[in-house]
Design a protein around this ligand. Structure first.
Ligand code: UT7
Length: 320
């Protein structure tokens, strides 16, 4: 028994913030941002919340899977930016969807959150505890970005993505995941008060040593991919798509180069959305799925990395 993705969804805010607008309030330029990161624009939440985006993405995934909300056994929401401390985002998503039977909890592993939620869902399915699990990654990072810090504010965006995973007969792939708390100071956000009286009350901001995180990602992502390939007795040539966390175009390109694999197997959409943390992998997955690029039976690698520090990768076979 394995878990197969049977539906995907995504929801991004309406409001587009492009590089030239950012250049109006911090000392940067569209050219610098494009050249150093690949990002051209990002979405910024106004009315949208972490819950509303997760619920909408989840609704689409459930609909595509052709199941009813009552069939969902578990909802896991990966988020580092919940609207409130509790009830957790996943319980709010449950309420929105009417997934009355689901057990719900959030998972915070920053940008590795969706990958770890995926691996957790696989473990619950492999053990026979669950048959249908909805995983969502949803972030409202604009609320914790320091809009005066040009080193970070150019990178991030808001949005959510989701995948519905169902128990099916099939090969179970082993995951790879790792964390190193001793490197945690490279990327931090010490406190987050969430929503208060309808406004985001921010008590601290994202702080990052960009170069350190960059080097960490460039080293660890190819390593994670190689580890997960080895664990599953596969080669890079066996993989059709490498779906990496969308942090920086140069990180994705460096990973492709280190893995000696053509860049066209590394899809990117960070140009449009920036780094949406736990939402980036499922937003990209949904885009690939809905545009018909993913074919049944193709092999994918999902790879995440971020604050913690944490990183990892999973192999999956596309089942839609
Ligand atoms: O999910 C994981 C989250 N984080 C990441 O993935 C981030 C990984 N790191 C990065 O993507 C890159 O390190 C950045 C895009 C953040 C920065 O790019 P970089 O090429 O590493 O630049 P740098 O930090 O080495 O800075 C080079 C120069 C500096 O000026 P000086 O000291 O050489 O005079 C910075 O002050 O670029 C300057 N700079 C900027 N200039 C214009 C930094 N940010 C900007 C900016 N516009 N937005």
């Amino acid at each position: 028994m394995t878990g197969m993705i049977c539906g995907t969804g995504a929801c991004v805010p309406e409001r587009i913030l492009d590089n030239s607008e950012i250049a109006e309030f911090v000392d940067t330029s569209d050219q610098w941002i494009r050249e150093r990161t690949g990002v051209e624009q990002r979405r910024i939440a106004r009315e949208e919340t972490t819950v509303s985006m997760a619920a909408e993405a989840g609704r689409q995934a459930v609909e595509e899977a052709g199941i009813s909300p009552e069939d969902i056994d578990m909802i896991i929401t990966a988020t580092a930016t919940p609207d409130q401390i509790f009830p957790c985002t996943a319980c709010e998503v449950q309420k929105e969807l009417g997934a009355v039977r689901a057990v719900c909890f959030d998972m915070n592993a920053a940008c590795s959150g969706f990958l770890f939620a995926y691996q957790t869902a696989q473990a619950y399915i492999a053990s026979g505890i669950c048959r249908n699990i909805l995983i969502t990654g949803s972030e409202r990072l604009s609320g914790i970005v320091d809009w005066k810090d040009r080193g970070t504010c150019i990178l991030f965006g808001d949005g959510a993505g989701a995948a519905l995973i169902r128990a099916k007969e099939g090969k179970q792939y082993l995951p790879f995941a790792c964390s190193d708390g001793t490197g945690g100071s490279a990327l931090t956000c010490p406190g987050y008060a969430g929503k208060q009286d309808g406004d985001q009350k921010v008590i601290s901001h994202i702080s990052m040593d960009g170069r350190e995180v960059f080097q960490f990602a460039v080293r660890r992502v190819p390593e994670a991919v190689r580890e997960v390939l080895k664990k599953n007795d596969l080669k890079t040539e066996d993989i059709d798509w490498f779906v990496l966390h969308q942090a920086n175009q140069r990180i994705v390109e460096a990973a492709a180069k280190r893995l000696k694999t053509e860049i066209k197997k590394f899809p990117m959409n960070l140009q449009k959305y920036g780094n949406t943390s736990s939402a980036s992998i499922p937003i990209l997955l949904n885009e690939l799925n809905r545009s018909g690029k993913l074919k049944k039976g193709q092999k994918l690698i999902l790879a995440g990395f971020g604050a913690g520090l944490s990183w990892g990768a999973s192999v999956l076979e596309w089942g839609i």
